[in-house]
Design a protein around this ligand. Structure first.
Ligand SMILES: [Zn+2]
Length: 235
């Protein structure tokens, strides 16, 4: 299909929103949850072996639950969309006049005169009645069509790749300095992720980066505190 965009140099980013959201969510969750886990365990017991085991367990459990959660939530969204479309198709079969009036009213609300709205509604109904109602009444479009497997895969993979970063940092850290090394690596990675996500989505970079970093550091601080408290009370 020819690119009909009036500004091909500045494309819209909304088409990326589905998998981008899953990917950024997965990566952010991967870094924050596994680095917090590592910092928490290291605060309680700085033995590299237990830190590594905790990191691996956190990575695999997190990736699976992230993918499963995304699959279930996106599947239920597409179930709802499919049920709505079936309801709409039934209404179009049983009450074509009422549906035409409804579509006309929708176009009037968008600013068309009654005469033009009726003309447009008639032409679009002749062309593809269900398509017109799904798009203009239900607000569903191909762009937003939920794809559970794609979303599950995107979030599971990005979770794992992102979670591997603090894990490798913990492995590479000199004994006794796991926490500061993981903290620094995590903050840098979160900042990179925040700006990448903002750029990919065409959103303001600074605000997105600050948001991701502040919440990440906050999560690590809470978990480190809990780990430290636990460590003190146990050891
Ligand atoms: Zn309708």
């Amino acid at each position: 299909m020819p690119d009909l965009s009036a500004h091909p140099g500045e494309p819209h980013y909304i088409t990326r929103s589905g998998w981008l959201r899953a990917a950024v969510l997965g990566a952010n969750d991967g870094i924050v949850s596994v680095s917090s886990l590592i910092v928490g365990v290291a605060a309680a017991d700085p033995n590299p072996g237990s830190v590594f085991i905790a990191g691996i367990a956190g990575l695999s459990a997190g990736a699976m639950s992230m993918a499963a959660g995304e699959y279930v939530s996106v599947s239920s969204q597409s179930d709802t969309e499919r049920a709505d479309i079936a309801r709409e198709a039934k209404a179009l079969r049983e009450f074509p006049e009422a549906e035409l009036a409804e579509l006309t009213a929708i176009y009037q609300e968008k600013g068309l005169s009654e005469k033009t709205a009726l003309l447009v509604a008639n032409e679009l109904t002749d062309h593809d009645a269900l398509g017109a109602h799904v798009r203009d009444e239900l607000g569903l479009s191909e762009i937003h069509a939920a794809n559970p497997l794609q979303a599950a895969f995107a979030s599971g993979v990005t979770f794992s790749v992102a979670a591997a970063i603090p894990l490798i940092a913990a492995l590479a850290a000199p004994a006794g300095s796991i926490i500061p090394v993981v903290l620094v690596v995590t903050v840098i990675t979160l900042a990179a992720l925040g700006s990448l996500g903002a750029k990919a989505g065409g959103a303001p970079v600074l605000r997105a980066t600050a948001r991701v970093v502040v919440w990440g550091v906050f999560a690590m601080a809470i978990t480190a505190g809990a780990g430290w408290l636990f460590g003190v009370s146990v050891l």
